[in-house]
Design a binder for this molecule. Sequence first.
Ligand code: SAM
Length: 498
Amino acid sequence: MRFHILTLFPEMVQQGLAESIIGRAAANDILSIDAVNIRDYTIDKHRKTDDYPYGGGAGMLMQAQPVYDAWKSVAGGGRPRTVYLTPQGQTFTQKLARELAREDELVLLCGHYEGIDERVLEEIVTDYISIGDYVLTGGELPAMVLVDAVSRMVPGVLGNGVSGETESFEGDLLEYPQYSRPEEWHGKRVPPVLLSGNQKEIAAWRREAAVARTRERRPDLYRRYEALRACLPALKKEKLLHIDMTELIERGQARLVYVKGRTVCLCDTASGIYLHTAENREDGIAALLALREDAAACGEESPMLTLHQKFMREDAQKLLGVEETMSFYQAVYTRKEKLPVSGLYQTDAGQQEKRARRDAAQNGKDKKPAAEIRRLTLEELAFVRSVYRTVDDENYIRDRIEKGWMYGAFVDGVPAGFAGMHTEGGLGLLEVLPEYRKRHIGKALETYLINLSLEQGMTPYGQVAEDNEASRKLQESLGLCFSRQKVYWMEKKHPEKL
Ligand code: SAM
């Protein structure tokens, strides 16, 4: 991601963004932050960049010419997305940060004094953004705020990406309270559940604490959260079909776009994908129109969505210009108990050896040790990319690895396959190398991910394409239940696919 910051005080932004996580990402070329001195572009012989406002009034105004020429120096002949930081803009939010993070390049314009001549703003600015209802002396701090919030959503910037998905404002809840060592400080003890090691109870405690904190500190957000929860009973009437929607709400990753009775439209805050279900066609159309408006407000021209009724496909096509690209059955693990692991995998090499020796002793003969499963690291990114053909998007796979949702199966230390969780929450991304097939590696990986999801209080599910016989058989063997109806994946077809 490239940021160009047009400013009269380049050192201020350079110094402010040179440290810590953002500075490191820039040093590693994941971000480029280029501060352009507007004064370098003035044609005034005294290097002046401001003058008195016509009509009188207090203060000075930045002139059009130097601003325009500085902008031209980065825009070239193009028209990059250009943000003017101003108290008169729309308020900056996490949602807007997520939307801007999808750009490859952003130009940020910082005003000073009383602001900037209106005529140049009309020519170059695409977005007016404020960081809050107060007035600062210049746009440099707001630009730094924006660069920071947007950058941490760029894949590779946050080493430990898990934090990005669980933080405040993701899913209308503030983050739960956190504690670090020592266990007791000033007579206050860390809540015992956090020391229990029981991930399911920890997740439940955190959820409750986040809800209580939001209700107390941000009643406005809490009302939105309550509206989302109120959709659950209607969605749960067709539990298997709507598992992707209910899980999105339960995991705190949903934003409500439309609701009327059993017609609901949600947006997945992590991926920007919409999920739509309709009780009847009329309400379904109203929900699609709300979706279209929401996507436009997010600057999304080609929204992607999952429809839960076949009868809405034509309306979606007409109203959003999208087409069905795939359809799936939902496969849901409905039980609460974990799956048996015996003979499938080990999670650490020491145990694996011990088990192999014990098996060999019991059976009186050598038995092939089960696969070892462990979380993948970025070192395995190239391997996953070379093997997995279904998703050809390096950033996506990088993001999944960074968020801790890609696991590999290793046999004798050699990678044999992998699986993971998609951003929207479904299990998938499964691939087993041909030479390791028919050795229960896929089953081991799925079992591992199902058990891991259960530990975190989630209901594991995946989406199975109609013609994917192998996947269907695997899910059935693990006891997953299938929805009777399919869901339809709709997106704008790329020209080469047409
Ligand atoms: N006269 C302007 C007005 O009343 O809207 C305020 C100008 S302010 C003193 C100078 C510059 O600081 C602005 O041009 C803008 O770039 C920046 N600025 C001030 N407050 C801001 C805020 N809340 N959000 C974003 N930028 C701000």
